[in-house]
Design a protein around this ligand. Structure first.
Ligand code: SAH
Ligand code: SF4
Ligand code: F3S
Length: 443
């Protein structure tokens, strides 16, 4: 019997997307069905992100929309899940919009919580766990193309980067049983998927210590290898790598398997040692540059992308120039760039003053973005004339006769369809580019 229709909206990182898939699977098994239409839903879930203040402001805006739904229809349940649920807990109930609050480790409890929810008894479960990895749950995939799937290999984070809220919203780091990861990879191959992205806040610290036999212990390099062996037709990606932890073993493993994509997302955050120290990133500029050099010496064509924060506490013009010079030195292929946003409860919020004026943060961020645009364009120009094996992900938004997909190094290629289809591998040659796309032709 159908118990109700669920509408779900997801914000934040890839792990949150995968968590929404886990929730859908749990709710499906409990008798709920998914709807894509909010107006048709009995339960509206918003899976939230707390990483920066503007991420949270967006959600507050969304909740006001949901208030209108409730006013119009009365009986709809509004639930907040994910990192903001964990951070704000029962404070989320104050606005009288939200009926249910579930943190990232409470999703198995959702069916019970939904059943128990009434207008007078909102439900809240924000307990964090040391064990929960949802290992036995096959997520209900939300991707549209059926080509590329996420598999979370771990949860939480044990680093305490001073600016970051994730350790508080996701709890302690724990790795998932590798046998369940392999099973899930086999399952997606059987379903026709051609790419998997292994997810964790810091995949390099993945470590499975088997409770029964040490023979089954596994580090990230070994896991990567095991997933690469599932099928030669399954490309393997992973994110995120931490510069302090990425090992030579991981780099050599990547080099050994042609179906492990030549791309590493290696967030640097800052190019200044003073800032890195204050951020508690536990590496230096020199260490980071050495890791990049190592990657390039073993895998010369490896795409390297990064995250950068502008205007962290006490950042001087010189610190900022160190970030620009590091970016230039590495020549990142692309980057996610942010203005520092103080998060309540973090070490930085308690210990340091958020003292870089807003306009200075914005100006520095704009300089970082302008530089990265130039570096991305240069990086793409170097691709002209090269041939890439691309996994076709979809039809180009600009031209229905063209397809797009990503090369192993994560760059997006657009090319004439020529009778090819989504989910196929094709070889293309790059003929020209923008800073975002490689315009290509079929080989
Ligand atoms: N686990 C990943 C990062 C996850 S958060 C890692 O360690 O690399 C994604 C990115 O958001 C971070 O890399 C950082 O650049 C940015 N970020 C995190 N906290 C932030 C904050 N308080 N203000 C601005 N950007 C932040
Ligand atoms: Fe946050 Fe640092 Fe953990 Fe990444 S490694 S999630 S930035 S605490
Ligand atoms: Fe956001 Fe939580 Fe991911 S804070 S970035 S959704 S881990």
């Amino acid at each position: 019997m159908e118990k109700g229709r669920i509408y779900i909206e997801t914000y934040g990182c890839q792990m949150n997307v995968n968590d929404s898939e886990v929730m859908l699977s749990i709710l499906h098994d409990a008798g709920y069905v998914r709807t894509m239409d909010m107006n048709d839903a009995d339960i509206i879930l918003v899976n939230t992100c707390a990483i920066r203040d503007n991420a949270e402001q967006r959600i507050h805006g969304r909740l006001e929309q949901f208030r209108l739904q409730k006013q119009r229809r009365g009986n709809v349940i509004v639930g907040v899940t994910g990192c903001m649920a964990e951070r704000l807990k029962d404070k989320l109930l104050d606005n009288h919009i939200v009926d249910l609050v579930a943190g990232p480790d409470a999703y198995r409890d959702l069916p019970r919580m939904i059943e128990a929810t009434t207008p007078d008894s909102p439900q809240i479960n924000v307990l964090l766990s040391h064990e929960e990895t949802y290992a036995d749950i096959i997520p209900e995939r939300m991707d549209r193309n059926g080509v590329s799937a996420y598999i979370s290999i771990m949860r939480g984070c044990n680093n305490v980067c001073s600016y970051c809220v994730v350790p508080y919203t996701r709890g302690a780091e724990r790795s998932r049983d590798p046998r369940t990861i392999i099973r899930e990879a086999e399952d997606i191959v059987a379903k026709g998927y051609r790419e998997v992205c292994l997810l964790g806040q810091n995949v390099d610290s993945y470590l499975w210590e088997d409770p029964e036999t040490a023979d089954r212990n596994m580090n990230f390099a070994q896991l990567l290898e095991a997933v690469a062996k599932v099928s030669p037709d399954l490309r393997v990606r992973f994110s995120t790598s931490h510069p302090k932890d990425i090992s030579d073993e991981v780099i050599y493993t990547m080099a050994m398997y042609s179906n492990i994509c030549r791309h590493i997302h290696l967030p640097v955050q800052s190019g200044s040692n003073a800032m890195l120290e204050k951020m508690r990133r536990k590496y230096t500029r020199e260490w980071y540059l050495e890791r990049v050099q190592k990657i390039r010496s073993v895998i010369p064509d490896c795409g390297i992308t990064t995250d950068v924060i502008a205007g962290f506490c006490g950042e001087t013009e010189e610190d900022h120039r160190d970030t620009l010079s590091l970016m230039e030195k590495v020549g990142f292929d692309s980057a996610f760039m942010f203005q520092y946003s103080e998060r309540p409860g973090t070490l930085a919020a308690r210990k340091y003053k958020d003292d870089v004026p807003e306009e200075v943060k914005t100006r520095r961020l704009n300089e970082i973005i302008a530089l990265q645009n130039r570096l991305s364009l240069q990086s793409n120009e170097r691709e002209i004339g090269r041939t890439h094996r691309v996994l076709i992900e979809g039809v180009s938004k600009k031209n229905a006769d063209e397809l797009f997909g990503r090369a192993s190094n994560n760059k997006v290629c657009v090319f004439p369809a020529g009778g090819h289809h989504i989910g196929e591998y094709v070889d293309v040659e790059v003929v020209s580019c923008t800073s975002a796309t490689l315009l290509s032709r079929l080989r």
